[in-house]
Design a protein around this ligand. Structure first.
Ligand code: PBG
Length: 332
């Protein structure tokens, strides 16, 4: 590159048209996945305290919402169940109940709005009495017994019609075992989205309130299975193992505080990469913009561009619907 003044970097920045031509990263509705909290009942829409604009929805309203998302062009939803207390147990057996909330929601969505991809959470925290992601023995979340339950849960989701199952609990060996059981039962086309690098993050607080596991968890944490936020090389090892075990795509979570991890995984592996802009990231943006301290649209778009620039192919975000509306406005 020539020196100044032959090169003036600002020449191409002067006009909107040249800025558009030179833009290295794009963000479209094709990149967005909308997480939805599903609850029992009919015509139920309950606000979530720390997530203004996001509600727990009964299945009928989930269907209605998903039809709107289809209109907006959003490719997929990620479902999270809010399980009634009475159905939570030590063995978490409600997780694979064929008539369970998730299984019913999946079936109805795939009948009523088949074009929209359905991604399901494979983890036990909505179903365990103590809010942990796995079965607990003597105060420790046990790995291999948990994986057996996860296999039944993933299979029940596939049977209900889930397009993509997403094990989110960081147990060892779960991807391989789930792949095995799906193949053995003829679900050869069901995708597995591995939450490969999920950190033991404090940014999940509002989500735990949303699904009602916050109280159950109490002062306990998930540090014996989720990753230490101080680690990065370990995330690469997690991704490598999940790919070997049969993941179709991997996820990094949370997103904005972990852009370095997204970039390193993207550089190292040839596998589609998703990032999850989690509930706490949403709450941060909502509270600062709600107070008028920051401009919402600009900050949200900048955050999502940053996540894509780091290397994410798609983003799970509670802003998906709003962003799709903003993008549609711009095109008109
Ligand atoms: C639990 C799960 C969590 C999230 C997704 N799946 C919370 C946790 O690990 O405690 C967090 C998502 C968010 O914060 O938006 N399997």
């Amino acid at each position: 590159m020539q020196e100044y003044p032959k090169t003036r970097m600002r020449r191409s920045r002067r006009w909107e048209f040249s800025r558009r031509l030179l833009r290295e990263t794009t963000l479209t509705v094709d990149d967005l996945i909308y997480p939805i909290f599903v609850t029992e009942g009919e015509q139920v829409s309950e606000p979530i305290l720390a997530m203004p604009g996001i509600n727990r929805l009964s299945i009928d309203l989930v269907v209605q919402e998903t039809k709107l998302l289809r209109e907006l062009g959003i490719p997929a939803v990620a479902l999270f169940p809010v399980v009634p207390k009475a159905l939570k147990s030590r063995q978490a057996s409600e997780a694979y109940n064929h008539q369970g909330l998730m299984q019913r929601a999946i079936r109805i969505l795939k009948t009523e709005v088949p074009e929209v991809g359905v991604i399901t959470d494979v983890a036990l925290d909505p179903f365990t009495a103590d809010g942990q992601d796995g079965l607990t023995r003597d105060g420790y979340v046990v790995n291999d017994e948990t994986v057996q339950v996860l296999c039944k849960q993933a299979l029940s989701h596939a049977e209900a019609g889930a397009d993509m199952v997403a094990p989110s609990d960081m147990m060892d060996g779960r991807i391989g075992k789930i792949r095995e059981i799906l193949e053995a039962n003829g679900y050869t086309e069901t995708m597995i989205l591995a939450y490969s690098a999920k950190y033991a993050s404090a940014f999940y607080g509002p989500f735990r309130e949303a699904v009602g596991s916050l109280q159950n968890l109490g002062s306990a944490d998930k540090k014996t299975y989720q990753m230490d936020p101080a680690n990065a090389d370990e995330a690469l090892a997690e991704v490598r193992l999940d790919i070997q075990e049969g993941a179709d795509m991997v996820m990094i979570k949370p997103a904005l505080p972990y852009l370095d991890i997204i970039r390193r995984v993207k550089d190292r592996f040839e596998i589609p990469l998703f990032a999850y802009q989690v509930s706490g990231e949403y709450a941060l943006l909502k509270s600062a913009t709600g107070q008028g301290y920051l401009s919402e649209q600009d900050c949200v778009m900048e955050s999502l561009y940053a996540i894509k620039r780091a290397g994410a192919d798609a983003i799970l975000t509670y802003y998906a619907k709003t962003v799709a509306m903003w993008l549609a406005d711009k095109d008109e």
